[in-house]
Every structure is written in structure tokens, then in C-alpha cells.
Design a protein around this ligand. Structure first.
Ligand code: B3K
Ligand code: ZN
Length: 911
């Protein structure tokens, strides 16, 4: 039978909204799924087979049975399917013809379906033409898949929803020039076929939803290791890459073994198959994917070696390898009932990977990094038109909901649960969750219920975090009664309206506190309270805020303390308390909570920048801007404090970012933020020049590179000093920077120096920058990931004319407009991380971005939609910028054939 294209309906008009309240259990389930892929690449011909150049024939045998939980007595079945060419379809051996089924938009409905039946379909797809990078596609030399969330329907007709879990057997057939043929589970058969072809058959004994399916065919090299689980089973570990990248896999392998051990120790979770594989591909829409037993990774999240990868890159590899591995339990063994539950697996798994990274490196540093990301990107999302609760009520395109909110805020919600329950009860709760729901597709309610059942706690009010969006605000005041030696804290909570809800009910918020006296932490005696479960530390308490306003009274407080609030950032909220500068200086040096010492340093920096911004806004010159002597002293004491963790010193010396300052503003004054911040940095550099020089020299040792916490700390401290010193436009210092570029033995130091040279307006620096950029490209042009760093450093240059350079780079051999990593490195870096240029007065940055989005809309809707983020924030800017940004959004909306992805974000942004 030939393709039944004539039956295809016209694409209907407005994209549909999907609602959580409409969830229905599936009418049918699929017991087993047998797949066969016959892959023919663009140049192959085999007259005997049905395959043609560039086609893959997918044969699927599916055993359907009526879902016992379904109540409707239906006798038809609708399967998802998109961009497929149907070759044949047979039900219980009978070939179906016209009238037996009907095509819908992205679906096929089969009539007269019995209680149980076998469906065999044969479909054709064209991986080489698949530029969306969803479904089966080609990346450079290999074929690979990406199915989450709804990519499996681009492979074959199926019930492509996570609550349909099936046992998969997959045969991959290809020419022998693709020697490596992989799928999920264990290899059960392989062999040779006619015509220089071969096959491999994989069986995955664990039922899984289609989004966890994976297939890879390519000419790949691999490194191999082994892990023995605590119950004594040997697991083969393999990382597959293009042969040229084989020297960059060791760090990922170490990270994988550490993750496997950690999940056994911390969560009691063992790996369950005989083999665990990772494949690195260059064209990938996001970081990585947790397909059962066969994780597929963006090369940027797996490859690392000191010469090519920065410290941040090493840490990202460790974090992402762990994240995907942890999904084996939080996501795969226990999966989501529907996509509204996405944070069930993502928030929990981000929490798990961040705790893992904290255990592998420095806990406080990891917390500072996570909170920085949350407070800039997630808070901004929560305050914008795409704000949604961590369990959304509706969506148009689920790909748009892989957000900072689902991931990062979702992780904060889990962290709060862990804080409220305490370590032991939280572990009991997760044990119960995994045991109770193993092999099931469940909801966030099920997760919370397991924690409630295991701990005996009532989390009814806490669950509002799942349904209410927006960042709560806490207004905190205090009073001290010297005679009674009583200290009280009054906390008020509010939450701004968000698209889904105007008036919020009060949240249940854990507020971790300490009180700091002149000599450090004071013991806490909370009045009218049960003794705390964290009894070992009497200087730390978790206050539970549940009302709109609540007062907590501490007794036996012998001096007026300075409160250390939201210790460790115990809740994803914005809070204010009226600290004096002296209070902040005390916290910065005395607080036993490392996170809050950093927080105090940021508050101080913020006050200083705000003063400079005000001067700028009043038309004053910032060229000789000075900061107060007390501030300089505070920074000096941080610089010279031997007892502090070096990585923390580096963070304490770094002023709040432009992104954070923008998030804090009601209306963003792009220039005042940029020039105000630079002025304070330059003033500090001037005042502390000697100290920074001493610091630089102390840490500029050419030791062998190691991506350890100590090594990373030393490099970041040195490079913070370098950054301040280069601002002084002093020839000796600029030469030193150039020397670092030339002599460094690792990419962290190379990039730090290059970044300073590129961003300095001193003529000598510009001269060095030009030749360094040239030298860098000549040296690294064969390493795509390194070239991406080269693109980014240029895209993020704060000097004028950067947009022209970015446009010129689009036609450079280094760029590839189809590769998401290149798009992120050049275009997203410019639009997201270069505010002073992106927000140029004439709107050229906005127009440039809209052009890119319009171009990418059909080619790769997910990437196009993701690029929209900076334009969605238009209401945060002054009237002129607002108008220019809005105009571009309207221009995009007027485009014909807008993808669901882009349509959803643009239309919601314009409301
Ligand atoms: N679960 C995947 C994300 C898939 C995104 C699909 N658009 C990676 C992760 O979070 O582990
Ligand atoms: Zn994930």
C-alpha cells in the first residue's frame, strides 16, 4: 500500500491549549513494543528493499489491550503521529484499508478496535531532513533520537504519552559504515545481513514511556569502565563519541561512577541494567537526555579536558552526567503521569544533582551558584508573561515548559520539603515514594503524599507552592527588649499576581535564621515552640511561616543581635530587612552561615552600585567615581581573610551582575546599571590595587591543572583579581593579562585573560585582543566546543559595534546556523548576556533577534522559541524600548506558519 497522503487534513488554525483538568486515563495500553529501523543514508541504494536514499523504514509491532482503569466503552483508538509517511497498517494480521482508519492532524484513528489486538505499522521518515532535532535525526556522522517530550510521534504511530509504559525490543539495521548500533536496555542479538548491512537487537526489560526511547547509529569510538553495585552486580559503563573526541571522556566517566555511588549512599538507589551508555552528539537542543540505559548528551555536557574546557565546563559535565543518571530513578523507574507533572522528575532531579555537586565540591559555593541562577533567570521568569506554577494548569506547547521554574524553582520546592522534614524523614519519604510507585507514572500529589505518610507531617498548605506562581516577598522587621532580653522577628508575606492567579493564599515558608552578636552566633531559645529536630545546633532554627503575618519571639537574648535571615537561602523568595551598613559588615565577617556572609557582601555591593547609578541618572560623570572608605575596608578584610574558603572570597569580591540588578529594578535603566557597576568596580580596583596584585601573584602559579574544588577556587580568585586590575588601563597590567593569555596551561585562565582583553577599551588591550582572537581561532578551529567559546567572548563584548561583529561572524566558517550550540554561543550570548549592546537605543538588537527567530521558526521551533526570552521582558523597560521590543514581537506574530512553540510565547508576551 502506498502513502495515504490524500486523506491528510489541512493544518487547522489556532493552536489548541491543553488543560490539566482535562486529563483522562488512556483507553488502551501497550504491553510490548517491537521496533525495527532500516536506516538508509542519503547515498545508499538497495533495490531489493523498500528503502530509498535518506529514508528510514520503521516497522512497529504493538500489543494493545484495553486499559482496565478506562471507563468509556470505546471501540476506536487514536494514535499520535507527525511527519510520518504510512506505508502499511495491519490489525491482527488483517491489512487495513480506507474506511478502517482516518488521519487527523498529527494523529491516526483506527476504527473497530477489539479488547486486545496486535497492530503492525510500517512508516517512512527522513532523518536527514529533520532539522527540528526532535524524533530521529542526523547529527554530523551519526543518527540519533530525541523523544522527550513528544518526539516519538515523529518516529512511528504510537500512544505518545508518559502514562503509557511498554516493554521495548528494538532492532536497528544499517550499513556497516555505521558500526555502532545502540538502543535501550541490553543487547540480545546482532549479526550480518546482505548488502554490507548489519543489525543489533536490544531489549529493555523495564516498562517505559516512549519519551525514554533512544536509538543511535554511527561510527563511534568509546571508552569503557565498570561499576560494581553495592549488591555486587557488575555494570558495564560506556561513553561513545566521535573518534576525535576520545581523549575528552575521562571526566564524564569519573562523574558517572561518583554519581552511581552517591545515589546508593544518599538515596539507597542502585542501577538496574547490565550496561549504562552515554553518547555525545553535536547537534542537540538542550543539555542531555536520560533515555533508559542510553543517555544522549550534547557534546558540551560530556567532553572535557583542561586544554579545551573551562572550570565551569568541567562542573557542568559533572552536574549533567549526575542529573541524567539520577533520572534513572527520579523519572524513569517512577515517571510522570502527564506533562503537567514535569517538575515531579525535573525539580527533584535538579535538587538531587545539586546536592551531589555540593558533596563533590564546596557546598556553599554550589549554593551561591544555584541561588544566583534562580534569582536572575527564574525570578525574572516568575515576574514576566510566561510565569507559571511548577505544576502548570495549561500549555500550548509542552516544549516551552522546560523552564527555570519547572527545573530550578522545582528544585527549591524539594529543598524546602527536605528542610521542613529534616534529613531522616525526608529519606524515609523518598524511600516510600520510590518503593510505592516503582514502575508507575505518577503525579506531584503522589510525591508529597509519600513524604506526608513517611513523616507524619501535614503538607496541605505547603502544596500551594505547586499551584501558585510568582516569587513571594517577605518583609521582615524586628524589635529588642533589653530589659526582658527578648528579641522578636515579625515576618509578613505577600505574592504579586501572576497570569494564572490574582490573589495568592499564604505559602508555608521555612525561614532558617540565626542571631549574630558582637562575638558571633548567639544561642537561640524560641518561645512557645517545640524543641527543634536539629538539636545539635542551637544557633540555627527553621521558623515556619504559614500566616500572612507572624511574629517569632526569642528569649534570653543578651545583646541586640543582627539577624541572619533565610540562611542558606532557605526559600525561593525575595526578602527585605533594613540592614545598616555596619550590620552588613558584621554579617560579612561573623555570620557562621557562609551563604549569608556572601549575601551580605552582595547587599553592600548593591548599595554602592545604587549610589553610582543615581549619580549617573542625575547626569554626573562617573569617570572618577569613588566609594566610601568603609566599603573599601570591608572588601579589604575579605581579601585578606585567610580563614575564608577561597572560592567564596572570589564570589564575595564579585559585585551583583547586571542581570541581577535588572531583575531587582522595576524599570531597567540599562546604561545606569552598566556604567554604575563598572564605576564601582573601577573604584574598588583603584583603592585595592596593591591587595589585588598580591592576590594575583599568590595564586598565579603554574601548577598542573586539576578540576578540584581547591584548583577551581585558586583560579577563580586569581581571575577576579585580574578582572579588577585590567580595569585600571595600566600598561603593565594589560601586558600581564596578555601574558596570561599566552602562557596559561588551561582554558579557564586563557578565557579569563581573553575576556579581559576583548572588553578593555585601552588601545593596547584592543591591539592584544585582535591578535589573541586571531591566534585563538587558528589554534582551535578544529575543536567545535572551543570555537563556541571564541564566538561567545566576542558576542558578549561590551564595547560599541559588537552587533556588527556578531552579524559578520554569522558568515564566518566558525558558525553554523543549524547547530544549537553555535546559535547559543553567538546569538543567545549576545541577546541575553550583553545588555548594553542588545538594548541599543535604535532597536537594532531587537530587530536582529526577531530576524533570527523568524528564520529559525520553521527550521527548529524549540530553539526559536527559547531565543525569545529577552524580548518577552519588554514591560521591564522604558517607553521607547518597550515600543521597539513590542514592534518586533508583533512582527513575529504576523509571520505565516508560526510554530506552536513560537506562537505560544509571543502571544502570551503580548497580552
Ligand atoms: N529530560 C531532558 C529534557 C528534555 C527536553 C525536551 N524538550 C533533560 C533533562 O532534564 O534531564
Ligand atoms: Zn532532567
Amino acid at each position: 500500500m502506498t502513502a495515504v497522503e490524500q486523506n491528510l487534513p489541512a493544518k487547522d488554525s489556532a493552536p489548541k491549549t491543553i488543560y490539566l483538568k482535562d486529563y483522562r486515563v488512556p483507553d488502551y495500553l501497550i504491553k510490548t513494543t517491537d521496533l525495527r529501523f532500516d536506516i538508509y543514508d542519503r547515498n545508499e541504494k538497495d533495490e531489493k528493499s523498500e528503502g530509498r536514499d535518506g529514508e528510514t523504514i520503521v516497522s512497529a509491532m504493538l500489543q494493545f489491550y484495553r486499559n482496565p482503569a478506562a471507563t468509556d466503552a470505546v471501540t476506536q483508538l487514536t494514535l499520535h503521529g507527525a511527519d510520518l509517511e504510512l506505508v502499511s497498517i495491519a490489525l491482527n494480521g488483517k491489512v487495513l484499508g480506507e474506511g478502517d482508519y482516518q488521519f487527523g492532524e498529527e494523529s491516526i484513528t483506527i476504527f473497530n478496535t477489539p479488547e486486545e489486538f496486535t497492530l503492525i505499522t510500517i512508516t517512512k521518515i527522513k532523518p536527514e531532513q529533520n532539522t527540528s532535532l526532535e524524533g530521529l535525526y542526523r547529527s554530523r556522522t551519526m543518527y540519533c533520537t530525541q523523544c522527550e517530550a513528544e518526539g516519538f510521534r515523529k518516529i512511528t504511530y504510537y500512544l505518545d504519552r508518559p502514562d503509557v509504559m511498554s516493554e521495548f525490543t528494538t532492532t536497528v539495521v544499517a550499513d556497516k559504515k555505521y558500526p555502532v548500533l545502540l538502543s535501550n536496555g541490553n543487547l540480545i542479538d546482532q549479526g550480518e545481513l546482505d548488502g554490507n548491512r548489519h543489525y543489533a537487537t536490544w531489549h529493555d526489560p523495564f516498562k517505559k514511556p516512549a519519551y525514554l526511547f533512544a536509538l543511535v547509529a554511527g561510527d563511534l569510538a568509546h571508552i569503557e569502565d565498570k561499576f560494581t553495585t553495592r549488591s555486587g552486580r557488575d555494570v558495564a559503563l560506556k561513553i561513545f563519541v566521535e573518534p576525535k573526541d576520545l581523549d575528552k571522556c575521562d571526566h564524564a566517566m569519573e562523574s558517572l561512577k561518583n554519581s552511581m555511588r552517591w545515589d546508593e549512599e544518599v538515596y539507597g538507589r542502585e542501577y538496574d541494567l547490565n550496561i549504562f551508555m552515554i553518547v555525545a552528539v553535536d547537534d542537540f537542543n538542550m543539555g542531555a537526555m536520560e533515555n533508559k540505559g542510553l543517555n544522549i548528551f550534547n557534546t558540551s555536557c560530556v567532553l572535557a579536558k583542561p586544554e579545551t574546557t573551562t572550570d565551569a565546563g568541567f562542573q557542568r559535565v559533572e552536574g549533567v552526567v549526575a542529573h541524567e543518571y539520577f533520572h534513572n530513578w527520579s523519572g524513569n523507574r517512577v515517571t510522570c503521569r502527564d506533562w503537567f507533572q514535569l517538575s515531579l522528575k525535573e525539580g527533584f532531579t535538579v535538587y538531587r544533582d545539586s546536592e551531589f555537586s555540593a558533596d563533590m565540591g564546596s557546598r556553599t559555593v554550589k549554593r551561591v551558584e544555584d541561588v544566583t541562577l534562580l534569582r536572575t533567570a527564574q525570578f525574572a521568569e516568575d515576574a514576566g508573561p510566561m510565569a507559571h506554577p511548577i505544576r502548570p494548569e495549561s500549555y500550548i506547547e509542552i516544549s516551552n515548559f522546560y523552564t527555570m521554574t519547572i527545573y530550578e524553582k522545582g528544585a527549591e520546592i524539594i529543598r524546602m520539603l527536605a528542610t521542613l522534614l529534616g534529613k531522616e524523614n525526608f529519606r524515609k519519604g523518598t524511600d516510600l515514594y520510590f518503593d510505592r510507585h516503582d514502575g508507575q507514572a505518577v503525579t506531584t500529589e503522589d510525591f508529597v503524599k509519600a513524604l506526608e505518610d513517611a513523616s507524619g507531617r501535614d503538607l496541605t498548605q505547603f502544596k500551594r507552592w505547586y499551584s501558585q506562581a510568582g516569587t513571594p516577598r517577605l518583609h521582615i522587621t524586628d524589635s529588642y527588649d533589653e530589659d526582658a532580653q527578648e528579641y522578636s522577628l515579625t515576618i509578613k508575606q505577600t505574592c504579586p499576581p501572576t497570569p494564572e492567579c490574582e490573589n495568592k493564599l499564604p505559602f508555608h515558608i521555612p525561614v532558617a535564621v540565626g542571631l549574630i552578636g558582637s562575638a558571633g552566633d548567639l544561642p537561640l531559645v524560641l518561645q512557645n515552640a517545640e524543641p527543634d529536630f536539629e538539636t545539635s545546633d542551637n544557633t540555627y532554627k527553621v521558623l515556619e511561616l504559614t500566616e500572612t503575618e507572624q511574629t517569632f519571639v526569642f528569649g534570653r537574648v543578651q545583646e541586640k543581635p543582627v539577624p541572619s535571615l533565610l540562611r542558606g537561602f532557605s526559600a525561593p523568595v525575595k526578602w527585605d530587612y533594613d540592614y545598616t551598613r555596619d550590620d552588613l559588615i558584621l554579617l560579612m565577617s561573623r555570620d557562621s552561615d557562609g551563604f549569608n556572609r556572601w549575601e551580605a557582601s552582595q547587599q553592600l555591593g548593591l548599595q554602592a552600585i545604587e549610589q553610582a547609578m543615581e549619580a549617573y541618572q542625575q547626569g554626573n560623570s562617573l569617570s572618577n567615581w569613588q566609594v566610601d572608605a568603609e566599603l573599601v575596608e570591608a572588601y579589604r578584610s575579605v581579601l585578606q581573610n585567610e580563614s575564608l574558603d577561597k572560592a567564596m572570597v572570589a564570589y564575595m569580591l564579585s559585585l551583583p551582575s547586571e542581570a541581577y540588578l535588572s531583575e531587582l529594578a522595576d524599570i531597567v535603566d540599562v546604561e545606569a546599571i552598566h556604567y554604575g557597576r563598572v564605576a564601582v568596580r573601577r573604584a574598588l580596583a583603584n583603592a585595592l590595587r596593591n591587595e589585588f596584585e598580591t592576590l594575583y601573584r599568590a595564586y598565579n602559579h603554574q601548577q598542573a591543572y586539576a578540576a578540584t574544588a581547591d584548583g577551581i577556587a585558586a583560579r577563580s580568585l586569581k581571575n577576579v583579581a585580574l578582572g579588577y586590575l585590567t580595569l585600571l588601563n595600566d600598561e603593565t597590567l594589560i601586558k600581564r593579562c596578555e601574558q596570561q593569555y599566552r602562557t596559561a596551561n588551561n582554558m579557564t585562565d586563557v578565557m579569563a585573560a581573553l575576556t579581559q582583553l576583548v572588553n578593555s577599551d585601552a588601545p593596547l588591550a584592543q591591539q592584544y585582543a585582535a591578535s589573541a582572537l586571531e591566534d585563538f581561532y587558528q589554534r582551535w578551529q578544529g575543536e567545535s566546543l572551543v570555537v563556541n567559546q571564541w564566538l561567545s567572548v566576542q558576542a558578549m563584548c561590551v564595547l560599541p559595534r559588537t552587533l556588527e561583529k556578531v552579524k559578520a561572524l554569522q558568515s564566518h566558517a566558525a558558525f553554523d546556523g543549524k547547530n544549537p550550540n553555535k546559535i547559543r554561543a553567538l546569538i543567545a550570548a549576545f541577546c541575553n548576556n550583553n545588555p548594553i549592546n542588545f538594548h541599543a537605543d535604535d532597536g537594532a538588537g531587537y530587530q536582529f533577534l526577531a530576524d533570527q527567530i523568524i528564520h529559525l521558526n520553521t527550521q527548529n521551533p524549540q530553539i526559536a522559541s527559547r531565543l525569545l526570552t529577552p524580548l518577552t521582558k519588554w514591560k521591564k523597560y522604558g517607553p521607547q524600548r518597550q515600543a521597539l521590543m513590542k514592534k518586533q514581537l508583533e512582527r513575529i506574530l504576523a509571520e505565516p506558519d508560526l510554530s506552536k512553540d513560537v506562537f505560544e510565547v509571543v502571544s502570551k508576551s503580548l497580552v
